[in-house]
Every structure is written in C-alpha cells, then in structure tokens.
Design a protein around this ligand. Structure first.
Ligand code: C5P
Length: 230
C-alpha cells in the first residue's frame, strides 16, 4: 500500500484550507514553491496543527551549508518530507541528510519530467543520455548519500525500485484513475500500477482539486492505493 499525498496547487492558503475542509480523511499534503512563496511558513504551521503531514516540495539545490540550514528550518517547522535535487551532488545530499537527522524524510528529485533527452544532455553538457538510466543512477546516488528516497515518474518506478532496494521511499506524481483527464501529465499511471511497481507515496493534484466531490475522489485513490501490496 502507499500513502496518497494531496498536492495543494491552489492560488492561496484560504483556498487550500477550504479544500481541506472537504477532505476530512486526508493525512498528507504537498506544499510547493508557489503556495510557500505566497503564504510562508504560517500556512505550514496551520496544516501541521490540523494534524496533517506536510511534504514541502521546494527542490533545494545549493551549496551544502545552505541546503543543510534550509533542512534544519524545515525540521523546526515539523515538516514530514522535503525535496532536494539529486544533481546537487553527494556532499550536498549528505549535509542535508545529516541536518534531517532522521526526523524528516528527504527525497531526491532525479530528472525533471519537463526534460527530454536532448534538453537534459544540453543542460549537463553530455552527448546522448538515456533518461531512465540517468534517473536510476541519480536515485542510487541519493540513497547512497543518506536520503530517505526519491521522486520519479510512474515510468521509472520499477527500475528505480530495483536499484535502491526494498526500503527507500519512492514518491510518484502523475497519478490518474483510468477515467481521469491526464492534463499535461504525458506519462500518467493508475494508482494500483504505481504501487505494484514499488511506489510508497502517490502525489495527486488536479483529479482531487477539480473534482465536484473532492472527498469521494480522494477516497477512490486511497482505496486503490491500499488494495495493492508494494
Ligand atoms: O495535478 P497533478 O496530479 O498533475 O499534480 C502533480 C503534482 O506533482 C504537482 O504538484 C506537480 O508540480 C508535481 N510534480 C509532477 N512531476 C514531477 C514532480 C512533481 O507533476 N516530476
């Protein structure tokens, strides 16, 4: 089974809190750069005071000391999970993991899903790059550096699970029930398929945020995510 994390991709904190009033069963929420920049840590405090686990998705990529201090600040905010870029390197990830001290699950972003092989190869100054291999390589580096797990697309879950062993977290966005519109997620996956491949956390935004009955939509994702043993 996997946890379902609701991505609070909404314009304001009051919109997010109104949605959460309609989702009494939710346990995990994701706060990203937009909501964090607009509302700041006060919103995170309101969410944790409601008993929610917060996934702070700010994708840190900086020198080790700066990232470690940001992780310390997130830990003080009682965030449960946060992201760093695996491309920040082993020293950065090791410093981040040390600052987390096991009290906050740090996950490494591997290759952004906005990249295609050509744009990624250009960004890192290499010739041809097989993106799945690169995701697997960066996942192994992230876990070796002490992170709790990684974020990857549904397509790479099985490969990443083989590379990083049974225990590490695999956080997967791009989740859709079979009847949901895919929006801009070109490589979407059904919850059961992602969990069968090895996902531990599923990130779901628009299929819940845009549903006429968000509570029913959330429950249908949870039911499917829990029907499968990972
Ligand atoms: O609305 P939807 O379910 O597509 O939202 C998915 C969430 O996961 C969004 O917050 C998006 O920013 C995030 N995400 C993603 N792909 C990644 C990393 C994060 O869709 N590779």
């Amino acid at each position: 089974m996997a946890e379902v994390i609701v991505a609070l991709d909404l314009p304001s904190g009051s919109d997010a809190l109104r949605l959460l009033d309609r989702l009494p069963d939710v346990r995990w929420v994701k706060v990203g750069s937009i909501l964090m920049t607009r509302e700041g840590p006060d919103l995170v405090r309101v969410l944790t005071e409601r008993g929610l686990r917060v996934f702070l998705d700010l994708k840190w990529h900086d020198i080790p000391n700066t990232v470690a201090e940001a992780v310390t600040a997130a830990r003080e905010l009682e965030v449960s999970m946060a992201t760093v870029h695996a491309l920040g390197g082993a020293a950065m990830m090791e410093a981040a993991a040390a600052a987390a001290g096991g009290r906050l699950g740090l996950v490494g972003v591997t290759v952004l899903t906005s990249h295609d092989p050509a744009s990624y190869a250009r960004a890192v100054g290499r010739g041809e790059v097989e993106l799945a291999d690169e995701v697997a390589r960066l996942s192994a580096e992230a876990v070796r550096s002490g992170l709790a797990g990684v974020v990857c697309s549904p397509q790479e879950v099985a490969l990443v699970r083989r590379r990083i062993g049974a225990e590490a977290w695999i956080v997967v966005p791009g989740i859709r029930n079979r009847s949901d519109p895919r929006h801009d997620q070109a490589r979407a996956s059904a919850p059961a398929d992602a969990v069968t491949a090895g996902a531990t956390h599923l990130v779901v935004g628009r299929p819940i945020l845009h549903a006429s009955e968000p509570g029913d939509a959330f429950r249908s994702f949870v039911e499917e995510a829990q029907c499968v043993r990972s």
